[in-house]
Every structure is written in structure tokens, then in C-alpha cells.
Design a protein around this ligand. Structure first.
Ligand code: ADP
Length: 376
């Protein structure tokens, strides 16, 4: 019995993988109608920040894992102390929860990161900007996602913005603004016995802080560069003793070198291509890892795989829109998350694969645009 905390689309797609493996899933969901709660049979609706709710949920689970990173570390430490297998464990997960903790640990490991420093006041943020040059990036240390909590600060005059309405207990991390050529993603999966596999590196496109498209393998990355990115991610997984999926979001500088943007320890949007494009999906490998089963082959099935997110647009009946998409492209793969269409919300994704990158990308973009009601 795998208990998943969080009922979003990641849990929904983990559930799909669990069916073929004959693994039982139970879910702690935020509400009765959230994406995964619509499909999982055993659902508890409750608050994942309430210790008793999480404790009760964990009873009867062989292992507890996650759809998101927001369960308070203290609750997970207590669960682990009570003998529950929490995977990833809180000591690893804190590096995906708290960006200041993550930066400090990666510095100890000599892993390349943008210049950064926790700042306690507007004055300290200005000091960092004067030292490293403007603009700077300021990030809330906890609670951000999809670019929320990330501020580009152009000058000292704007340095107050990230501190406005900052909740107690959340800090600000100042970072050098990286004028990156592109963003990359390195996904690895590690099991408690220490087996690990690395997926091919993806190029990822973020629009307003939200991932919109991935191309795998990352075009133009040399074999050596790709292996370096994979080894960097494998090393982080090993040093932090991550169990399950680790996503290492990377920024590639103009000179070709990479720095780590952030870590996620759960299936990741940049790995959605693996459902249709890899021999073993990230969702299946995550489940295999948390259950300490041997991991599956992460390699791609085709020379190129492109995933495009479907963000809520003017099309409200996505299923009806499939008529056009499927009639036009019989090899198109689609995942819809069962979520109500709201502007900009991630409601599904499409995947295409094949031999010619341009054609594969065009097919994915056409389908995603159609499902979003975008005319180009
Ligand atoms: P979130 O936790 O909300 O996903 P991230 O830390 O991943 O936030 O940042 C969101 C986006 O902001 C990144 O994908 C990247 O495009 C941009 N970004 C983050 N840090 C930097 C930086 N130091 N320099 C330039 N851009 C950055």
C-alpha cells in the first residue's frame, strides 16, 4: 500500500502507473474532487499540515510518498521516528522545500549554483545587488511553485517587493541573475538500496515561470555535457540520499556551463514525456523506487520526444476538442487531468515522438494550441 500525500495530476498519473503494477494506492487529498481523488478508490480528504491527519493516514501504508513538497518537515520527521517509511525522507526532502537549505548544501558539495545569499532585510538585498550587479533574483525560501515567490528585482528602488506580506518563518534568498541560454532538466530515480537510473536530459521552456514545453534529448547538448548533467544529478541524489524521483532544474549559461536552479523530489512536469516517450515512465520508476523494486530502463523510445503542456484557455470542453487532435494526428498522445479549465492552469499535456525534431515539435504545439484555443 503506497500512501500518496497530495491529490494533483502527479498523484493521478502515479495511480495510472500503479494499476499495471498491481500496487494499491491510497490518497490524502485536499478535496473530494481534485485531480487524483477522481480516480483513486481509497481517498481521505484532509489537511496535510495537520499532524494527526497525516499520522492517521500513514497507518496501514507500507510507504508514504508525495505529489507535492508542502508537508511540513516536522510532521515527516515524527512519522519517520514512528517507523513509517517516508520516501523521500524528510532529511532529503527539506532540500526541495527550502531553497536556502538547498543552496547551502549544494555549496558544501561544490555543485555549481548561481551566486546566492539569504537576506534578512531590504538593505541586505540592496547590498547583494550592489555587490553582484543588477538585476538580482529574490526568492522566498519556502512555499513557491510555478514561479510564484520568484522576483526579478531591477534596481535598489524595487528591493522592497519580495518582503511585502512575507509570512512569518519564510525568508528571502538573493541570487545572481543568470542570463541563461536555456533551461535543462536532469531527472534521476534512486531506490533505498542505492540503485539509480538517469533519464536523458531535457530542454525545458518556462513561460512566466510555468513549464510549457520540453524536448528530449536536449538539442545540441554534446554527449559529454549530457553525461555531466546526469552525473551531477546522480551525485546529488546519492549525497542527499533521495529515494524516488529527483528532478534537478538546470540553467545553461551562454558559455555552455550549467548551474542548478532548484530540486524537486517527486515526479516532475519536465518528466511527463516519459509516459509515452521512455521505456519506463517517471511515475512507474518513482513507485518502483519507493517500494525498493529494481528500476526500469529510462531511455527514450524515439530519437525525439516533445511534451507540450495544455494550460487553461478558451476551450472548456477538452474531450470534445480531442476529435480534431486525434483525427489529425493518430500518433498523438494526450493526458488530461480532469481539472476544471481556468486561465493558465495546467489541465493536461500532449506528447509526440519521432525521427524529425521540427515535425515532432510542430505536432505537439499544434495539438496543445488547439486544446488551449490558441490561434497562431
Ligand atoms: P519555482 O519554485 O516557483 O518553480 P524557480 O526557482 O524554479 O521557482 O524559478 C522559476 C523560474 O525563474 C526558473 O525556471 C527560471 O526561469 C527563473 N529563475 C530562477 N532563478 C533564476 C536566476 N538565478 N537567474 C535567472 N532566472 C532565474
Amino acid at each position: 500500500m503506497v500512501g500518496i500525500i497530495g491529490g494533483g495530476q502527479l498523484a493521478r498519473m502515479m495511480h495510472a502507473a500503479s494499476i499495471g503494477l498491481g500496487i494499491d494506492i491510497k490518497l490524502l487529498a485536499e478535496g473530494p474532487d481534485v485531480s487524483a481523488a477522481q480516480v483513486v478508490a481509497d481517498v481521505t480528504v484532509g489537511d496535510y499540515t495537520d499532524p494527526q491527519t497525516v499520522r492517521d493516514f500513514a497507518t496501514g501504508c507500507d510507504v508514504v510518498t508525495f505529489d507535492h513538497e508542502h508537508v511540513p518537515t516536522g510532521i515527516l520527521i515524527e512519522l519517520e521516528a514512528a517507523g513509517v517509511a517516508v520516501r523521500p525522507g524528510p532529511a532529503a526532502l527539506v532540500h526541495a522545500q527550502d531553497k536556502a537549505v538547498m543552496r547551502a548544501r549544494l555549496a558544501e558539495l561544490d555543485i555549481p549554483c548561481p551566486a546566492n545569499r539569504p537576506v534578512g532585510s531590504v538593505q541586505e538585498l540592496i547590498g547583494f545587488g550592489d555587490e553582484h550587479g543588477w538585476p538580482v533574483i529574490a526568492k522566498t525560501t519556502r512555499g513557491g511553485y510555478d514561479g510564484k515567490g520568484v522576483f526579478k528585482i531591477d534596481s535598489a528602488a524595487a528591493a522592497g517587493e519580495p518582503f511585502e506580506g512575507l509570512p512569518a518563518g519564510i525568508g528571502i534568498l538573493a541570487e545572481e541573475f543568470v542570463d541563461f541560454r536555456r533551461e535543462l532538466s536532469a531527472l534521476v530515480v534512486r531506490s533505498p538500496s542505492g540503485q539509480a537510473v538517469a533519464y536523458p536530459i531535457s530542454e525545458t521552456v518556462q513561460t512566466d515561470g510555468v513549464c510549457t514545453e520540453t524536448t528530449t534529448p536536449a538539442p545540441g547538448l554534446t554527449r559529454d555535457q549530457a553525461v555531466d548533467c546526469q552525473q551531477l544529478a546522480l551525485r546529488i541524489a546519492h549525497e542527499l540520499e533521495v529515494t524516488g524521483l529527483l528532478a534537478v532544474e538546470l540553467m545553461q549559461r551562454q558559455d555552455g556551463s550549467v548551474v542548478v536552479n532548484e530540486l524537486a523530489m517527486r515526479p516532475h512536469n519536465t518528466g511527463h514525456w516519459t509516459i509515452d516517450g521512455a521505456h519506463t515512465s517517471q511515475f512507474e520508476n518513482h513507485l518502483r523506487a519507493v517500494l525498493d523494486l529494481p528500476l526500469g530502463d529510462p531511455s527514450g523510445r524515439a530519437p525525439w520526444t516533445v511534451m507540450a503542456n495544455v494550460l487553461g484557455g478558451s476551450v472548456t470542453d477538452l474531450t470534445a476538442a480531442l476529435l480534431h487532435c486525434f483525427a489529425r494526428d493518430p500518433k498523438l498522445r494526450v493526458q488530461l487531468y480532469g481539472k476544471e479549465v481556468k486561465p493558465g492552469r495546467k489541465v493536461g499535456h500532449v506528447t509526440t515522438f519521432g525521427d524529425d525534431r521540427e515535425t515532432v515539435a510542430k505536432r505537439a504545439r499544434h495539438a496543445a494550441d488547439y486544446l488551449m484555443g490558441v490561434q497562431r
